[in-house]
Design a protein around this ligand. Structure first.
Ligand code: MN
Length: 477
């Protein structure tokens, strides 16, 4: 799949015909600047920015973003200056191209002060306009799709970097479709044999379950139509890397129930619950497999109902029920607001960042907490790009923490006061020691007392997040 400018034009005309002239101008400008340059595949260089812009247009990105997609490599690879782009287009487009160019210069492993300072500026810059991340993800996605032209060394290097940095970014903004494609493309280059083995097994299993899924799909469709609920039903398959991770955890392939899932899309939230009732009336649910991510969204704002039922011929089938809007958010992450919230899209995206997405609020916290650049960078690396554990507050809110975190880290994540007045913690209804290591899905309650003595002497050593340690040090003065 290689999109031409004609393809790009067609898709832009379908949702933003008014600004097609500006986008055509950006294309002509980029084409002129990259004139004579070729990609490793031998194609003219402009095919790359066109495809990046195409990926963005598929998400119904705004005009500035599509233009920046077309121009994203001009600062790096041609003689044009940021001011020129601002003059030809506008300041926003120039800032976006500049931001995207800088992301590639991020360096988490350096010890050099200047590079650390730059990395910090780039990371904090991301929060000023999230569109920078989205353009960078589209850029990386097209590069990964065309990785076969690179040397084996470059392939592995790019695949690793994608896994370390860009997959987490895609996850944090909730862009599931980009995340899973990036994972599979990277995995294919990192472990080619394993990739092929799982892909084959998956294909076999899909073949044997597809008739079952079609059957349940027809039944559910009839139930919904009888109730007059507008709907769309799809079959969703898990990505290869997702399956690999489950196998690595010790699960058997036949026990991965969401390998193929039934996806039911409806218009209203209340219809989601009606649909759930209809599905359960027909197929018996497995009780402890039910999840309500509509009331309790994931930390990246994913919303859906999940229920696993005994389907036709005793097959176990996962059903995901959500609204059309929730499904857009699931596919493109917060980018989806471009489509849902036409007009004030940009504001909605920026406002939502810090309020709803834990990644961005953590980033702001870390930025205010660490003045030292080395500390800042290593903190971002371990807390945001390391492994995570997800636990619940007593109200059912999901909290994300680095793996290895303790109740002390949890308490300080809820607030400085909570940490400073914590007496002990209760996990899943049992009192636990302060150095208990939190596990996925733990329900954690912090018992506080305003008259408590404050931080215990050993807390600083027990806490895993330097975030909590820092607050403990502050408390001790
Ligand atoms: Mn590029």
């Amino acid at each position: 799949m290689n999109a031409s400018f004609e393809d790009l034009k067609r898709i832009v005309l379908s949702y933003n015909a008014e600004e097609i002239d500006t986008i055509t101008r950006a294309y002509e400008y980029a084409k002129m600047l990259h004139n004579g340059q070729t990609r490793q595949s031998g194609e003219p260089y402009i095919t790359h920015p066109v495809n990046v812009a195409y990926i963005l247009a598929e998400m119904h990105a705004d005009c500035d973003t599509v233009c920046a997609g077309l121009l994203h490599d001009t600062l790096e690879d041609t003689n044009v200056k940021k001011e020129d782009i601002a003059h030809e287009f506008n300041q926003d487009v120039a800032n976006l191209v500049d931001g995207v160019t800088k992301i590639s210069k991020m360096n988490f492993s350096t010890k050099e002060e200047q590079t650390l300072a730059n990395t910090r500026k780039i990371i904090t810059g991301i929060t000023s306009d999230v569109r920078i991340i989205i353009i960078k993800l589209a850029d990386r996605l097209h590069n990964m799709r065309t990785l076969q032209y690179k040397t084996p060394f470059k392939q592995k290097e790019n695949a690793l970097e994608t896994m370390d940095i860009f997959v987490p970014f895609a996850y944090y903004i909730g862009a599931y479709s980009i995340k899973s494609e990036l994972e599979d493309l990277s995995f294919k280059y990192l472990k080619p044999d394993r990739y092929k083995e799982i892909a084959d097994k998956k294909a076999n299993l899909e073949e044997s379950s597809i008739s079952c899924l079609r059957e349940i799909l027809e039944v559910v469709k009839d139930l919904l139509s009888a109730e007059g609920i507008p709907n769309e039903l799809k079959i969703r398959t898990k990505n290869i890397y997702g399956i690999y991770k489950r196998l690595e955890e010790g699960h058997k392939l036949q026990d991965i129930h969401d390998l193929l899932a039934l996806k039911v899309l409806v218009e209203e939230i209340r219809d989601c619950y009606v649909t759930l009732g209809l599905v359960h009336s027909k197929y018996h649910p497995i009780n402890d497999k039910f999840k309500d991510y509509i009331c309790n969204p994931k930390t990246n704002m994913y919303q859906s109902l999940h229920t696993t039922v005994f389907g036709p011929r005793d097959r176990i089938i996962q059903t995901q029920i959500r609204t059309f809007d929730m499904d857009k958010v699931d596919t493109y992450g917060l980018t989806a607001y471009w489509d849902i919230d036409k007009g004030k899209a940009r504001e909605t995206m920026q406002q939502d960042l810090r309020k709803k997405y834990q990644f961005f609020s953590s980033l702001v916290d870390i930025d205010t907490m660490f003045s030292d650049n080395q500390e800042f960078v290593s903190q971002v690396k371990s807390e945001l790009f390391g492994n995570k554990v997800y636990v619940y507050t007593p109200k059912g809110e999901i909290i994300e923490l680095p793996q290895g975190s303790t109740p002390i880290d949890f308490a300080y994540k809820l607030g400085t006061d909570v940490g400073n007045t914590m007496v002990y913690a209760i996990v899943n209804d049992k009192k636990v020691p302060d150095n208990y290591v939190l596990q996925n899905k733990d329900r954690v309650k912090i018992v506080t007392d305003d008259l408590s003595y404050g931080c215990r002497d050993n807390w600083e050593a027990i806490a895993q997040t330097s975030f909590a340690r820092r607050k403990i040090r502050d408390f001790k003065g």
